[in-house]
Design a protein around this ligand. Structure first.
Ligand SMILES: [Fe+2]
Ligand SMILES: [Fe+2]
Length: 193
């Protein structure tokens, strides 16, 4: 079978076929929004590809958490997804659960922002507004330093990612917040604003 060029619609359908958890779907939508934002920021040629990769990156996590990335690779291969899409998706597990290094800029962004979105969302939910709309970089930086806060968020991975990208962590935080603000409604972070 020939490889397909997956559209956003294909990716969303596949995502919801394998995932029923509201929080996982919201995480996927969050990462999608951030990937799209960075593609536009960098004037990338194919922003659709970036968002598709973001949306599908944790495809197997609900059903196969112990084989994370490996199962996604199998599923996407069966669905005739192109090699470069699959490489991009599985490289977000580098140093965590899968031995494929992020090489392309798209892969480095995914690697960096995946965990970061978790820290930012947790920071937003601590605010009186419970909203991403009034969440600022300085609050996220404060929470970054409190190792016990959102302790599951791997700060080292985010730092490694920023180094791979050659970008300042603060700038990455600011752009990630902006992206999440644009998607506030669909990712459930509008709060009471
Ligand atoms: Fe993951
Ligand atoms: Fe993820």
């Amino acid at each position: 079978m020939d490889k397909i060029t997956p559209t956003r619609e294909d990716a969303y359908q596949l995502l919801t076929e394998y995932n029923k958890s509201d929080s996982l779907i919201k995480h996927a939508l969050t990462v999608e929004a951030v990937m799209l934002h960075f593609a536009e920021l960098f004037n990338e040629e194919d922003p659709e590809k970036w968002r598709v990769i973001g949306l599908i990156h944790d495809l197997d996590f609900e059903m196969y958490p112990d084989e994370h990335c490996k199962k996604t690779e199998e599923i996407l291969n069966k669905r005739n997804w192109p090699e470069d899409y699959i490489h991009a998706v599985v490289s977000h597990g580098w140093q965590l659960c899968y031995n494929v290094e992020p090489v392309e800029r798209m892969e480095k962004v995914l690697y960096t922002i995946d965990e970061l979105t978790g820290l930012i969302a947790a920071t937003a939910l601590m605010r009186p507004s419970k909203s991403i709309l009034d969440t600022e970089v300085k609050s996220v930086k404060k929470k970054w330093k409190q190792k016990g806060f959102a302790a599951g968020v791997n700060r080292e991975v985010i730092e490694d990612g920023a180094n791979l990208l050659g970008m300042d962590l603060e700038q990455i935080m600011a752009e990630t917040i902006k992206a999440m603000q644009k998607a506030a409604d669909s990712i459930g972070l509008k709060g009471n604003i």
